[in-house]
Ligand binder design. Structure first.
Ligand SMILES: C[S@@+](CC[C@H](N)C(=O)[O-])C[C@H]1O[C@@H](n2cnc3c(N)ncnc32)[C@H](O)[C@@H]1O
Length: 286
């Protein structure tokens, strides 16, 4: 059963955020994928091991982990949103990957079915109401000495891929959640601070924590029109628009004009590119 503090975020992930991830699936997978690939290549799972993919979303990384551990191993994708798990399970069946399976569970409160030899999370651990409780539950599912490898966004200022649009939208649209619409909880930047993140991991029973800063340009749209559409739907700017409801719709033409002015200089024949910055985290279950 979901932790009470997570129900709202899980509802958001299973409804409005799932729909938006489906709509922008190519951009989401490309951009999250660039950071995830570096994390997985620099800290691969052990051959033949059992691996947990935390907050696995569409499960693409779970299939990659399954291939890396090989036939003697297994990759298990866990996500609190049942619609992501249904999508991931169908994708694994279509791809014929036999050593991957998926389960719907709240990482903070549910039995994760260990023991696992390794855990991986591509942007899947920033949304828990109680991150120490969630990571402690995850650590309990790991064998002593197993590694947790994960990517999290660094601070907003170093992520113009989101922050540029966020500043523009916040400058024009009042920030109010008039409908009490569900939000994704602590949010994508909740583990941006290196000291806070390290303390959370130590308190949850991990040691040997290393954070590696990774900066990559992300393609935020094939052209300026798509970059505007993407910014207004997903990420912090999209959330301000969604939660402001009718007021945001009224202001949409002004917001779009301001975004066009800001994003046009970032466009080239190859698409619209903006900088991004993450921590690649490795920690050992003590
Ligand atoms: C930003 S998405 C990342 C998805 C995927 N790892 C990827 O890189 O494409 C965050 C994921 O974490 C999941 N999530 C949020 N809270 C969770 C919780 N308490 N337990 C398990 N999964 C959760 C969401 O449903 C969502 O799929």
């Amino acid at each position: 059963m979901a932790a009470p503090g997570n129900s709202e975020a899980i509802e958001a992930w299973n409804t409005v955020l799932f729909d938006k991830f489906v709509r922008f699936r190519d951009l989401v997978e490309l951009n999250l994928g660039k950071h995830g690939e570096v994390a997985m290549a620099s800290h691969p799972p052990p051959t033949g091991g059992r691996v947990l993919d935390v907050g696995c979303g569409f499960g693409g990384t779970t299939l990659d982990l399954a291939r890396l551990v090989g036939d003697g191993g297994e990759a298990v994708g866990v996500d609190a949103a049942a619609r992501f798990i249904a999508d991931a399970s169908s994708a694994a069946a279509r791809a014929g990957v036999k050593n991957a399976r998926f389960m719907t569970a709240d990482v903070e409160s549910d039995d994760l079915g260990g023991p696992y030899d390794h855990a991986f999370a591509r942007f899947g651990t920033m949304f828990f109401a109680s991150p120490v409780r969630a990571l402690r539950n995850l650590r309990r599912a790991l064998r002593p000495g197993a590694r947790l490898v994960k990517t999290v966004w660094r601070r907003r200022d170093d992520n113009p891929c989101f922050h540029l649009a966020e500043l523009i939208v916040k400058g024009l649209v009042p920030q109010e959640n008039k409908d009490n619409a569900p939000t994704c909880g602590p949010g994508p930047f909740s583990m941006a601070d290196a000291d806070t993140l390290t303390s959370i991991l130590l308190a949850a029973g991990f040691d040997d924590v290393t954070l590696t800063r990774l900066e990559l340009p992300l393609r935020i749209g094939r052209d300026v029109d798509q970059a505007i559409e993407f910014a207004l739907a997903l990420g912090p700017a999209g959330e301000v628009m969604r939660l402001a409801g009718a007021e945001a719709e009224r202001l949409r033409p002004q917001v779009m004009a301001a975004l066009r002015e800001a994003l046009t200089p970032l466009a080239s024949e190859a698409g619209v590119f903006a900088g991004s910055s993450t921590w690649v985290v490795s920690a050992r279950a003590a």
